[in-house]
Design a protein around this ligand. Structure first.
Ligand code: AGP
Length: 608
């Protein structure tokens, strides 16, 4: 996820662009840049790192111009370097563009354009857009953009300017957000409302397959075929701070609600055109996969729970033994690995010191290491042999939510990739599971739309001092994650436990009114978990169950039910974790906790 801005009017665009980028920095901070039209030339300034680096460069060069575009980057293709920073230009530096999204067919387009003599200077997917516009440009920038977007596959919100037009921005939108701020003879372009709010509360929201020609004289919106589209002016009522969270009270809640999109974006580059699993960045061919004797997963915290889910998926589908180790333990237990071991390091930040140390330990023992991360250019991407990216976009809340479900969906698809390579699942079975995976975003959407009972339960138990989270099978990692979420943002002591283990000691903790969350979704151990519910209920516990739609029996036994849609047992973990994220969130809010920056915690634990 990146942030784009643009301005055309009678003011100096530079402070407006910089102010807009500041408001969008939460969307990405690997690099930033701007392009300003000045005296028939386009001046481009780009810097690696967060916006402060660009601010320094701008202060030194003092660019001036009434027309400009800007960009803050969350790298998806191409490391965070100056060459890969936006804006990108065509061969003659006559056209400059900024882009948010992923161009899926960029390699094919790039090859084709290079064959026509275009010179590329970056590794990014975005640069192909500048050269495509150049290819179609015959003096009409709007038309050239129109033809260019016709060739693009994937997602994009883009803004283009040309040195031939001192007061024109052309924008286009497909699957990535774009708004146009409406001023008096001046107009503002941005990925998100916060970036324009200090200038105007009147905006156009560009819809998919819409584009616009923007000059100080007005905004002309059409569809990609050039047919004019009449837009209603939206009057924004949010404060600036609320707008940064798209109207949500906290980044964590916003990120919980972004999960359907995060799953979709993560899936986007993991299937080829024929629906086959695709892991280009991993350097692990089918031959290597067949030689594997063991998989070792190393991770911390929430990522460790993703690893526990991956273990069940890989063992069940690919029939490879998997062990999951907490990173801080792994490196001191003299692990038994060799060249036939695949080590999977799961780390959304790509910077967790314990996990990085585990990677080095695994490599020293000859294992091949792949990293699963959300941050392109993070340390893990330079230390692992191969990388699988989640495309959840920046996660601002310290508590991991959308990065977790993105890790899970990437690992599910990876488990299928291993199963296909080792021929342990039929094509029919793989296609059936793939279809269920593709349904997950809509199923998460369904859970998010019905959170009334979760809020109610949170209100009731917000003052409890102890909580149990119980699960069996695929429900156990979910229970562990639910307990961690509650602990880390509401500061309530919560314990995730194997439900079948309770009778071996912890059941002594149960007393009248002690609340227990039980993951009781449809599974081969469903009857067993119902028995465990009876065990704790008989001793006075209040029960909150996470169950599958249609399981009405359970309502007669427990105090609250958080329902989730039915899916393949192993996939149910990604759904069951969502109500528990919301439960922890509402519990913490009821207790007046700061959910985005919980005490004592950091988003990335770069120390051992
Ligand atoms: C999860 O909500 C916590 N913020 C924490 O446990 C986190 O999952 C852990 O520190 C691992 O982080 P990583 O994925 O960046 O390695």
């Amino acid at each position: 996820m990146c942030g784009i801005v643009g301005y055309v009017g009678d003011k100096n665009s530079v402070p407006i662009l910089m102010g807009g980028l500041k408001k969008l920095e939460y969307r990405g901070y690997d690099s930033a840049g701007l392009a300003v039209f000045n005296n028939g030339k386009i001046e481009v300034i780009r810097e690696v790192g967060n916006l402060a680096h660009l601010e320094k460069a701008v202060a030194k060069k003092e660019p001036y111009g009434n027309l400009g575009i800007g960009h803050t980057r969350w790298a998806t293709h191409g490391r965070p370097t100056k060459e890969n920073a936006h804006p990108h230009t065509d061969c003659k530096n006559g056209i400059s563009i900024v882009h948010n999204g992923i161009i899926e067919n960029f390699l094919e387009l790039k090859k084709n354009l290079m064959g026509k003599g275009h010179i590329f200077r970056s590794e990014t997917d975005t640069e192909v857009i500048a050269h495509l516009i150049e290819k179609h440009y015959d003096g009409d920038l709007f038309k050239a953009v129109q033809y260019a977007v016709d060739e693009l596959e994937g997602s994009f919100a883009l803004a283009a300017i040309s040195r031939d037009f001192p007061d024109l921005i052309v924008v286009a939108r497909k699957d990535s957000p774009l708004v146009i701020g409406l001023g008096d003879n001046e107009y503002f372009v941005a990925s998100d409302i916060p970036a324009v709010l200090s200038h105007t509360k009147n905006i156009f929201i560009l819809e998919n397959h819409e584009m616009a020609k923007i000059t100080p004289r007005g905004v002309w919106v059409t569809n990609f075929e050039g047919k004019e589209v009449k837009k209603d002016i939206l009057k924004v009522k949010w404060s600036e701070e609320a707008a940064e969270k798209s109207g949500y009270e906290d980044f964590m809640l916003k990120e919980i609600y972004e999960q359907p999109k995060a799953i979709k974006e993560t899936m986007r580059d993991k299937f080829d055109r024929n629906g086959q699993m695709l892991f280009e960045g991993m350097q692990l061919g089918e031959e290597d996969v067949c030689k594997l004797k063991k998989v070792v997963i190393i991770a911390c915290g929430t990522s460790y729970h993703a690893g526990l889910v991956a273990k069940q998926a890989i063992e069940h589908w690919a029939k490879i033994p998997v062990e999951v180790d907490i990173s801080s333990e792994f490196r001191y237990c003299d692990p038994i690995l060799d060249e036939n071991t695949l080590a999977i390091a799961i780390t959304q930040s790509g910077e967790t010191a314990d996990t990085l140390a585990g990677v080095r330990e695994a490599k020293s023992k000859g294992a091949r290491v792949i990293g699963i991360t959300n941050v392109l250019g993070s340390t893990i991407t330079r230390e692992a042999d191969g990388v699988v990216y989640t495309h959840a976009g920046p996660e601002i809340g310290v508590a991991a939510t959308k990065t977790l479900v993105s890790q899970m969906v990437a690992l599910y698809i990876f488990a299928l990739y291993l199963a296909r390579a080792r021929n342990t699942l039929s094509d029919k079975k793989i296609s059936a599971i793939t279809e269920e995976i593709k349904n997950l975003p809509d199923q998460v959407e369904k859970i998010l739309s019905g959170n009334g009972v979760i809020k109610k339960a949170a209100k009731k138990y917000a003052n409890c001092t102890n909580f149990l989270f119980l699960g069996r099978g695929i429900g156990l990692p979910v229970a562990l994650e639910g307990a961690l979420k509650l602990k880390e943002i509401s500061y309530i002591h919560a314990e995730g436990y194997a439900a079948g283990e309770m009778k071996h000691g912890p059941i002594a903790l149960i007393d009248d009114g002690v609340p227990a969350v039980v993951v009781a979704t449809k599974s081969k151990v469903h009857e067993k978990i119902l028995g465990n519910i009876q065990e704790v209920k008989a001793r006075g516990a209040d029960i909150i169950a996470v169950s599958s739609f249609g399981d009405t029996e359970i309502e007669k036994v427990v105090d609250y039910v958080f329902y989730i849609p039915e899916t393949t047992e192993i996939l149910s973990a990604i759904l069951a974790v969502v109500p528990l994220q919301l439960f922890a969130y509402y519990m913490a809010k009821t207790r007046g906790c700061n959910v985005d920056q919980p005490k004592n915690l950091a988003k990335s634990v770069t120390v051992e």
